[in-house]
Design a protein around this ligand. Structure first.
Ligand code: HEM
Length: 307
């Protein structure tokens, strides 16, 4: 999967370090297995499930972007400060992975030039940031867990969220507002993740430290879920469709779930949702007769014109 548009990362070069054989004691395997349950829970939080269905409001998405900004600022500053640490050196990929600048661009798009004054660090984000800062000062090798949880996730499920957000919030196809999800310097996400796993496996860590990294990755998932919970609460309290956009659907499923339809229930054909309104109108017999007459007239005119 290609997630970026640039080409500074050479996928072939990365491929040279990839490993085909996995051992159960490899840190990448320990992390994948050891966080399976957490991943499952994170994927199934209400916020993420709603997001995947396109049920995200612009205001909530903006707050999520701000939460990510504070988190990645802390993570990337701590990685930078500890970039000479043996556990960090092989996983230090500022060009390919770092998200702070992309998030700044997104925040500028959503909040304008004065974005820095417009955003605040929420309670759940603050706790997450405090943990990252603490590790950066006391146990830098455990930053590996936080980098793994976020960057590997961003290169995986994050790519699905990018498409959903763009569609649900009617964001420009040119990528404004979703730069966070665009890794310009990762040409091939799958290959890059393989390289990252190989680098994780090559770290010289004893079994106890590996176990601590897995435990910390589970904490990282937990911090993320707490941020999701907070965002969900805020989103629930917001008035519906604040972004003024149309509901995201394809006309399939239960029509009663269309908020526009629900608002105007009982008035056939009068739904404010253009799709449902058009479908309801097309079902009326006299409208169908009118459509048929129109089509006949058009065909007759075309036949006369072409003769
Ligand atoms: C929107 C919901 C999500 C979906 C659909 C999703 C999907 C996926 C998929 C398909 C993979 C496998 C990629 C691969 O092996 O190449 C993956 C891996 C991963 N995801 Fe998620 N994910 C979601 C949410 C999250 C969240 C919320 C986090 C953490 C904050 C996360 C963290 C990770 C990590 C760390 C991996 C790498 C696992 C490994 O190979 O070691 N994901 N995700």
């Amino acid at each position: 999967m290609s997630v970026g548009t640039g080409d500074s990362a050479d996928a072939g070069l990365y491929g040279a370090e990839e490993e085909d054989v996995c051992r159960p004691t490899d840190l990448s395997e320990l992390l994948k297995e050891g966080t399976k349950e957490s991943h499952n829970r994170a994927e199934n939080t209400k916020f993420v499930r709603d997001f995947l269905k396109g049920r995200i409001q612009r205001e909530t998405f903006k707050l999520a972007t701000a939460a990510l900004y504070f988190t990645y600022s802390a993570l990337e500053e701590e990685l930078e400060r500890n970039k000479e640490e043996p556990a960090i050196v092989p996983l230090y990929f500022p060009q390919e992975l770092h998200r702070k600048e992309a998030l700044e661009r997104d925040l500028c798009y959503f909040y304008g030039d004065a974005w820095a004054e417009a955003i605040q660090c929420s309670g759940a984000t603050e706790a997450y940031v405090r943990r990252i800062r603490h590790l950066g000062r006391t146990r830098p090798e455990l930053l590996v867990a936080h980098a793994y949880t976020r960057y590997m996730g961003d290169l995986s499920g994050g790519q699905i969220l990018r498409k959903v957000a763009q569609r649900a919030l009617h964001l420009p196809p040119t990528g404004e507002g979703i730069q966070f999800y665009v890794f310009d310097n990762v040409t091939n996400a799958q290959q890059f993740k393989q390289l990252y796993r190989a680098r994780l496996n090559a770290l010289d860590l004893d079994p106890e430290t590996k176990e601590s990294v897995v435990q910390e990755a589970n904490h990282a998932f937990q911090f993320n879920m707490q941020v999701f919970e907070e965002l969900d609460k805020i989103g629930t309290a917001l008035p519906e469709a604040q972004d003024g956009g149309l509901p995201v659907h394809d006309g399939k499923g239960d029509i009663r779930k269309c908020p526009y339809y629900a608002a105007q229930q009982g008035v056939p054909g009068a739904s404010g949702c253009p799709f449902h309104a058009a479908m309801a109108l097309a079902r009326l017999p006299h409208v169908q007769a009118l459509i048929a007459a129109g089509v006949t007239a058009m065909v007759a005119f075309l036949a006369w014109y072409l003769m």
